[in-house]
Design a protein around this ligand. Structure first.
Ligand code: 5RP
Length: 291
């Protein structure tokens, strides 16, 4: 057990001071080997350093979620607008044309269903990830969940070892149990634990004090969208996250459950890469929707 006497919470995040190791466009990646950098550059646009990942891995624990009943009808038409696709191997192999040529962030842990809460996940064979030519492997971390925390940290650790063997980056996905506070203290803890254990990308949620979460995380942070919001609110969420240092979004329901998913992902793209303000992005959304 670590010595917890006089353990103080961090409060000196150096906001506004650029990190010193920033010669590569992906935070924390400048010392990585060529293959890792190549894969990260497929995910994060080298011009903006940002990404719009389209997440549609929900079925692996939730079954046929609204909007994902027919991936061929709902998701395939959106692929052209995404920078990266996040899904499971089952959906990738059965539904996603190999000709799409988009980087894949593969959901690489198999969990239990939503019926049993947070996951005690098993991990994919890295050779299988390699066979699918993925650009990153995504692994969930259940921090603060006594029953599963150790197993999921060990999983992430193993994924990082396996990924390093073949130059495949790992994205740590911070899960939130129903009893956990969705605040900067929790997301900061979970994000930092993911990065300290070797994750090259962290996926977490936007919250008050998000800039501290990002500042204290040595690798890029992308946000999940969470439950479906009205379009303007979802675009505001993206805008705030990007303004406070997120390197992009890994968004699902706010895109594929939108009344106009193709218009929505393009509006999100404009916020992330072109710096559009939420109201401008909503205008774009409405314009594209009516075409
Ligand atoms: C769950 C995930 C999901 O992909 C994630 O939550 C993104 O989807 P949404 O924007 O719908 O929240 O990683 O572990």
């Amino acid at each position: 057990m670590a010595d917890l006497d006089d353990l103080r919470e961090g409060n000196n995040f150096g906001l506004g001071i650029a990190s010193s190791n920033n010669s590569f466009h992906v935070k924390g990646a400048e010392n990585l080997p060529w293959g890792m950098k190549d894969r990260l550059s497929r995910i994060f646009n080298p011009k903006t350093g940002r990404t719009v990942m389209l997440a549609f891995d929900h079925g692996f624990i939730m079954g046929p979620t609204s909007g994902l009943e027919r991936i061929d009808l709902s998701i395939v038409p959106l692929i052209e607008y995404a920078d990266c696709l996040m899904c499971t191997r089952g959906i990738l192999r059965t539904m996603i044309p190999p000709t799409t040529n988009k980087p894949i962030c593969l959901r690489s842990d198999a969990g239990t269903s939503i019926l049993t809460e947070l996951n005690d996940n098993a991990l994919i064979d890295v050779e299988d990830a390699l066979r699918m030519n993925v650009s990153a492997m995504a692994v969930m971390l259940s921090i603060g969940d006594a029953a599963h925390e150790a197993k999921t940290i060990a999983n992430l650790y193993k994924a990082v070892d396996k990924g390093a063997r073949y130059g495949i980056p790992v994205m740590g996905v911070t899960a939130v149990g129903k009893d956990m506070a969705r605040d900067a203290r929790y997301f900061g803890l979970a994000s930092r634990i993911a990065a300290e254990n070797g994750a090259n990308i962290v996926k977490t949620y936007y919250c008050d004090g998000f800039e501290n979460v990002v500042a204290a995380c040595p690798v890029p942070v992308v946000i999940a969208g969470g439950k479906k919001l009205p379009e303007l609110e979802a675009l505001e969420l993206c805008y705030k996250a990007i303004s406070e240092g997120a390197a992009g979004v890994d968004m699902g329901r706010n895109v594929f459950q939108s009344e106009a998913p193709a218009a929505m992902i393009q509006a999100v793209h404009a916020v992330v890469h072109d710096g559009l303000k939420p109201e401008q992005a909503l205008e774009l959304f409405n314009e594209l929707k009516s075409k």
